[in-house]
Structures are given as C-alpha cells and as structure tokens.
Design a protein around this ligand. Structure first.
Ligand SMILES: Nc1nc2c(ncn2[C@@H]2O[C@H](COP(=O)(O)OP(=O)(O)OP(=O)(O)O)[C@@H](O)[C@H]2O)c(=O)[nH]1
Ligand SMILES: [Mg+2]
Length: 288
C-alpha cells in the first residue's frame, strides 16, 4: 500500500479545484471562472485498492493586495509542509518558473492543464521540452481536468512518487472538512458564479445554524457578510429576486451534497472592510 499527501499549487484560475474534483469523481471544491475562488486548504482523500492519496487543494498564488489575500498565499505555501509530492499546475501558454523554484525539497510534477483548448498540439510539445530542461522536475503531464484527458497518467505518476505506508484516513472519508464547511463553500461558489466583477470578493459565508431534524428538513441559517452597504443591496437585488435565485441554486446543490432536504435561511450583513481586518478574517474561518 502507498499513502501520502499531494499538494496542488498554481496561479489562480488554472483549474486546481477542478482537478481535485475530477480525481475524486465528486464535486467537492468550489469552481468558478473567476480567479481566487478557493480561499482554504481543502483535503480530498482518494482511496483505492493499492493507495491512499490525500490531495490538497490550495488558493491560487498571486500578488496580495489586502490582508485576506496575504492569508490565502500563506495557506497555499503552508500546504507544502509535509507533502510528499507537489503538482504545480500551469496553463498551456505560460511557464511557471517562479513558482517551481519556490517548491523546495518536494518532488514536482508539472501539470499543463486545459489542453482541450489548444487547436494545435505543437506548442505543447515545445512547452513540455522547456519544463523537462528545468532541474528538480520529475514529470510533465499535459491534462484536461475538464474532460479527464491525461488524468489516469497523472494519477499513476503521483502514486509512483508516494512512499509505502498505511492509510492516514479510513477509506470512506473523502475530506477533512465537514458538511457545514461545504455548505458555506457551495453558497460562496454561487456568489462567484452569479454576481459580476468585485462582488464575490467582498463576501464571506458563515453557517450560523445547522439543525438536523428526525423528520422534515434540515434547517441551515447562513450569513453572507459583505464589506459595504452598497454591496448588500446588489446581492439582495430588486425585491430580493437575485438573492432568491442564488439561494435556490445553492439549496439544490446542498441537498444533493448532503442527500437530505433542507430549508436554507439566507441573511446578508455588512461587516465594514472585513477583508483588511485579521480578526474578522479569522472569525470567518480563514487561517493559514
Ligand atoms: N477548458 C477548460 N477549462 C477548465 C479546465 N480546468 C478548469 N477549467 C475552468 O477554469 C476555471 C477555473 O477553474 P478552477 O478549478 O476554479 O481553478 P482554480 O485553479 O481552483 O482557481 P482558484 O481557486 O481561483 O485559484 C473554471 O471556469 C473551470 O471550469 C480544463 O481542463 N479545460
Ligand atoms: Mg480553486
């Protein structure tokens, strides 16, 4: 049996969370077409007959400009401590030299994602050659996390770099996070998907109550904290329509995720400038 940790790192929006979901064949992590969707370190545990791989999804690496982003960067790099393998994910048009140099003492698999978007394959071969010339890179894997192309090869490469050992987690456990956490992430993902521009970045979601009942629906009270009064109005929308639509999408996905009917009670509150205040950031569950 092989077992170990595999951190997935890369710039924002390259497809890290999509890859983790693809590995687990389960929608676990929030995915959106906006950068900086992921704010936490999230484990996705894959156990099969000969290995247990603990994949670690991380926030995208970027230049931080406010406190929350600083915390996110710390979260990303702290996931390298104790990891057995690092997947450094890149898109087909960039070379992630800087990031690769930051990963020290861990075998690196460079993963070029989104190859389904390439019209021609030649530029890809040149890119693979450039990575192969760099020291410390074990393997270069072109993949599409979206279509699944190349995923099995990548999985085999990860396995081959893991040490022999007993599993860390029972085989039916898929994450270190609980249902409450994933409920808040589903709601946050819907904010990313439904609202334009800056709006999702100003929001944090906190599950205030989560009450399971013997009979009837699970009651979930969630508070969306935003940093300005004007954003609150935009999230709620005229006559509450926009929030209702968002809530409906979130409710359906939460019901699917926890396999129970729920009543979702959504509130929007203002916590001025929370993204710049470390105490608020911690209170909302973001820690490195
Ligand atoms: N065409 C294509 N799109 C992809 C692929 N993988 C991910 N995407 C899309 O890329 C966008 C970002 O995906 P995410 O998985 O959220 O990216 P991420 O790296 O986790 O982003 P952050 O959490 O913001 O750092 C989404 O719109 C995905 O659907 C792929 O292989 N091909
Ligand atoms: Mg992500």
């Amino acid at each position: 049996m092989k077992s170990g940790f595999c951190a997935i790192l890369g710039k924002a929006n390259v497809g890290k969370s999509t890859l983790l979901n693809r590995f687990l064949a389960k929608k676990l992590c929030a995915v959106s077409d906006k950068p900086q969707t992921t704010r936490h370190r999230i484990l996705g545990i894959l156990t099969d007959e000969n290995a247990q791989i603990v994949f670690v999804d991380t926030p995208g690496v970027m230049k931080p400009s406010y406190e929350l982003q600083k915390v996110m960067i710390k979260v990303a790099f702290s996931s390298l401590a104790g990891t057995d393998v690092a997947i450094v994910m890149a898109e087909p048009h960039t070379v992630e030299e800087e990031l690769i140099h930051k990963v020290k003492d861990v075998p690196v698999i460079v993963t070029i994602n989104k190859i389904d978007l390439l019209k021609k394959r030649e530029p890809l071969y040149n890119l693979i050659d450039r990575y192969r010339e760099m020291p410390d890179i074990r393997v270069v894997c072109p993949i599409s996390a979206l279509t699944g192309e190349g995923i099995n090869t990548l999985l085999d490469e990860v396995k081959s770099l893991l040490p022999e050992g007993e599993p860390f987690y029972p085989e039916d456990i898929v994450s270190d996070r609980d249902e409450r956490f994933f409920c808040s992430e589903i709601i946050r993902e819907k904010l990313f998907r439904l609202y334009g521009e800056e709006i999702p970045y100003t929001a944090a979601v906190v599950i205030d109550e989560f009450i399971e009942r013997e009979k009837g629906k699970t009651y979930i009270k969630a508070i969306i904290y935003v940093d300005k009064e004007s954003v609150k109005g935009i999230i709620i929308g005229r006559g509450g329509k926009k929030l209702k639509k968002m809530g409906g999408l979130a409710r359906r996905e939460i019901e699917y995720f926890i396999a129970k009917p729920i009543y979702l009670d959504l509130w929007v509150k203002v916590r001025k400038e929370w993204r710049r205040n470390i105490h608020d950031i911690r209170e909302f569950g973001y820690t490195s």
